[in-house]
Write a protein that binds this ligand. Structure first.
Ligand code: MOS
Length: 725
């Protein structure tokens, strides 16, 4: 009877394959107007004069909005520190200056270009390390010294730790931006619904947070704002912050007519945040036997001018900077810093990929220095049951399966034999004659589930049971955003399993603030775990009412996850996270020494997901995560100059295509149950991304003898390094 653990067909598969599924850009309302945004397109400037008269008089124009039209002109997820529309000091290229609403999109675009703005350009600060220096220009009044947040972590005695070290590895790493490049750029339509609510149909990750931010900016009570997500063409963290939500609502509310917008790819790339670039100084010490004794790390992330999710990402990065290892003496200083660069925020992994790149590359370098197999070195040091994190607390939530995950990955990949094989080939001079040389690399990671750091994780669901003697129909109300990851299918499977009914009986009412309660964000690999517990709890309550002969039996349940605590401001001591997932990866790459091309041949990815609700969807997450991270590592080259974006299109910002993906990704799913996840579920969607960069970098080193401390591994960077060698 239970549907849990079966790879049933996704609920949205048919509609998506046939094209019947509507995405925000496909939703049209009779009589709708069109909106275009005037972006500042300059990183730092003061607006001296803003004249909208010509635009207002242009054909078809209904209204031109500026800052004066926004009732409470501020928004932001972490802090409402950004203006919805800016008529004062411009702090990044994607700042919105005005909105034109017209009868047609062409007319809106035409009128937008008639808006006259006189700017006084000011020098931009584009290097966070410069921004941190005393006397630097203050980017945002709320952040003196340009530091949004500093997280120190102090464990043990760092000086004593390094005194015990026989070997020390010191490096400076830099990780690049990344653009989410989801299938559909930002789009949506807003209107006044039959109950008089300003309603926004849009893509996002958290309906109720969008609702809150819209209500705040429009100065409306929550219940007068409604947010609906139809199908969403990918998110990956990039839809966590506001893009078109508030501006659509503002226009529909003011004009009392439906208003639609579809951003071009270029507007999307300019207009939403990116993955944080980070600068990481990492010093790691170990004994001759390969026992880690000390780690000292300074990590700086470029936030752009506004907070967005930067402190949360920083929290994860500070935590991840020591990798998935138990290290007795730790000293971390992590900073997120304002600049006039493009804003940065959530992107799959939430800071963990950047931090693990440094930590795992350090381990791989250490293995080389010690003359030890990198898998061996990991097994000596990975976190296990009872280990203390850098935050001086143990890991909650069931078996700490890192040793098993690492071991299994090495076995499945055939690590020892293949590594020997590569060495043998090179020793025999095989590689000297070939222009294509291969190498293998290994990395592992842990990923927290949920928002962590003291946030009381929660989600609410409602379940209705209909029928007589038997349950004939089940309606599940749930706000979880389906952004392509399959959450609606997974939650339906959880409901079916909790009720003991076939999946066909489950109907879902989803992602509409008027019909569902807060489920939180589809972020931080949290929804199957936290939203799943809400659905499971609501099912159990409804079932009890059903057994008491209530017809229909209706129950609402709010799941409250185990508590976490924030970093102590001096020592970083904390119980930072409520649960974890564990992952290890081995990759084989081929480097063309003539062209500099790096090709990923094969990847083995082992993930402890606690319980696989739908194994095929998990394989999809693994393959997608691997390819997305491969793009970040090898080819995606987001370039900026003096705060301007030089790669605002997918013709210049190259993401992996079908010819770039690995020949084979072996997905291995392990199930060591978490103590609080539904049926042991651990969240998993971010995990497969995290070890990819360090594993590829190690494999390229194995092939070429060169360590790359920064990427992407574009052909010219690779060739340049090979030549210098
Ligand atoms: Mo995701 S980076 O947790 O929105």
């Amino acid at each position: 009877m239970t549907q849990l653990g079966q790879s049933i067909t996704r609920l949205d598969a048919r509609a998506k394959v046939t094209g019947a599924a509507l995405f925000p850009g496909d939703v049209n309302i009779p009589g709708q107007l069109w909106m275009k945004v005037l972006f500042a397109r300059r990183p730092h400037a003061r607006i001296k004069r803003l004249d909208i008269s010509k635009a207002q008089a242009a054909p078809g124009v209904v209204y031109v909005f500026t800052a004066r039209d926004v009732p409470v002109n501020e928004f932001g997820l972490g802090s409402k520190d950004a203006p919805v529309l800016n008529n004062d000091e411009i702090r990044w290229v994607g700042e919105k200056v005005a909105l034109v609403v017209a009868e047609t999109e062409r007319q809106a675009e035409h009128a937008r270009d008639l808006i006259e703005v006189e700017y006084e350009d000011l020098p931009p600060i584009t290097d966070p390390r410069e921004a941190m220096k005393p006397g630097a220009y203050q980017v945002h009044p709320a952040y003196p010294g340009n530091i949004i947040k500093h997280i120190p972590i102090r464990k043990g005695d760092i000086a004593q730790g390094f005194a015990q070290a026989d070997v020390i590895v010191e490096s400076e790493y830099h990780t690049p931006y990344q653009e989410h490049a989801y299938l559909q750029p930002e789009a949506g339509v807003a209107y006044i619904d039959e109950a008089g609510r300003v309603t926004v149909v849009v893509g996002g990750q958290w309906t109720h947070e969008d609702q809150e931010q819209i209500a705040h900016a429009l100065n409306l009570p929550l219940e007068q704002v409604r947010v609906i997500y139809p199908n969403v063409g990918g998110a990956f963290g990039g839809r966590e912050d506001m893009s078109v939500q508030i501006i659509l609502a503002l226009a529909a509310y003011k004009l009392r007519r439906p208003v639609k917008i579809i951003w071009s790819r270029e507007e999307s790339i300019i207009g939403h945040h990116k993955r944080h670039p980070m600068w990481i100084k990492h010093k790691l010490g170990a004994t001759r036997e390969g026992k880690l004794v000390a780690a000292q790390i300074e990590l700086i992330s470029d936030a752009g001018p506004y907070m967005y999710t930067s402190p949360k990402v920083l929290g994860n990065a500070a935590f991840g900077a020591t990798g998935p290892y138990e290290i007795p003496n730790v000293h971390v200083d992590a900073y997120t810093v304002t600049t006039h660069n493009i804003v940065t925020g959530a992107f799959r992994g939430f800071g963990a990929p950047q931090a693990h790149f440094a930590a795992e590359t350090q381990i791989n370098k250490l293995a080389e220095k010690l003359g030890m197999d990198p898998v061996e070195l990991r097994l000596k040091n990975v976190l296990r049951e009872g280990s203390l994190l850098s935050t001086q607390t143990p890991l909650p939530g069931g078996p700490v399966s890192l040793p098993q995950v690492v071991q299994r990955c090495a076995e499945e990949f055939g690590w020892r034999a293949r590594r020997q094989g590569e060495r043998e080939t090179r020793r025999q001079g095989g590689a000297q004659h070939a222009t294509r040389i291969t190498g293998v690399g290994f990395a592992c990671a842990l990923k927290n589930i949920g928002f962590s750091f003291g946030y009381q994780e929660n989600a609410t669901a409602t379940v209705e049971l209909y029928g007589g003697a038997e349950i004939e129909k089940v309606i599940v109300h749930h706000a979880a955003a389906e952004v392509g990851q399959g959450t609606h299918t997974a939650l339906a499977q959880i409901a079916a399993a909790a009720l003991g009914v076939p999946i066909e009986k489950i109907e879902m009412i989803v992602s509409d603030t008027a019909q569902t309660e807060n489920a939180g964000s589809v972020s931080a690999s949290r929804m199957t775990y936290i939203g799943g517990n809400a659905v499971k709890g609501a099912c159990e309550l409804a079932l009890k009412k059903w057994q008491d002969e209530e017809r229909p039996a209706i129950a609402t349940y709010k799941y409250l996850a185990p508590k976490t605590t924030n970093y102590d401001p001096e020592t970083g001591k904390a119980k930072p996270n409520l649960a974890y997932g564990y992952v290890a990866q081995a990759v084989e790459v081929e480097v063309d020494t003539e062209t500099g091309f790096v090709r990923v041949v094969r990847v083995t990815c082992v993930d402890d997901v606690g319980k696989a609700v739908n194994p095929q969807m998990i394989e999809g997450q693994i393959e997608g995560g691997v390819v997305q991270a491969q793009g970040w590592t090898i080819q995606e080259n987001f370039q900026t100059k003096d705060g301007h974006v030089l790669t605002p299109n997918l013709s210049t910002y190259l993401i992996p295509g079908i010819l770039d993906v690995p020949e084979k990704v072996d997905s291995v799913i392990l199930e060591y149950p978490d103590s609080d996840g539904p049926w042991g579920v651990r969240g998993m969607a971010e995990m497969p991304f995290i070890p990819v960069a360090p594993a590829i970098i190690a494999a390229v080193h194995d092939a070429t003898g060169v360590w790359f401390d920064e990427f992407p591994l574009t052909p010219w960077r690779v060739l340049d390094a090979l030549r210098r060698k």
